[in-house]
Design a protein around this ligand. Sequence first.
Ligand code: HEM
Length: 148
Amino acid sequence: MSPDQVHLIRKSFAELSRLEHVAALVFYRRLFELDPKLRSLFTADIEEQSRKLIDMLGVLISMLERPVGLELELRAMGARHAGYGVKDEHYATVGQALLDMLASALGEDFTPEVRAAWTELYGAVESTMKAGALESDSDVLHDHRADK
Ligand code: HEM
């Protein structure tokens, strides 16, 4: 990512942190509108959901600070997500809900450049998490065989 893109992401994150609850409401409403089946993966508690969203955004932001050091952590997180019941195709839906939430929370500050920066960042995290989920599949098989 270019320094300009990093700057844009940080700026929109600062704005979002002020709107934490509203952002969470908008994000989950959009997510469940896009795919109602995803509702059952989450708890209904909005406090907790806001915290999860901020956690998710926090992970995306830390990718800006230490993209290399984060790789293993993201792979492990992808594996945990597979355990929550998250499938590869859900990443696109969450990415869409995230962009729609950003558009609504940031209003006119959601410029094409801001959209491009978030899309690139999410895409990088998404592909590393998916790789981790794949690995965890084979680990499970491996552990299973080792038990026998
Ligand atoms: C860039 C992509 C994503 C990031 C950075 C992210 C981040 C996180 C984080 C930090 C947590 C807290 C628990 C943990 O670390 O394991 C979490 C939990 C969770 N995430 Fe994600 N997530 C992403 C994508 C997704 C997708 C695509 C789904 C699919 C619907 C999803 C569903 C969940 C669920 C169901 C939980 C656990 C909720 C619970 O049991 O309370 N996440 N996520």
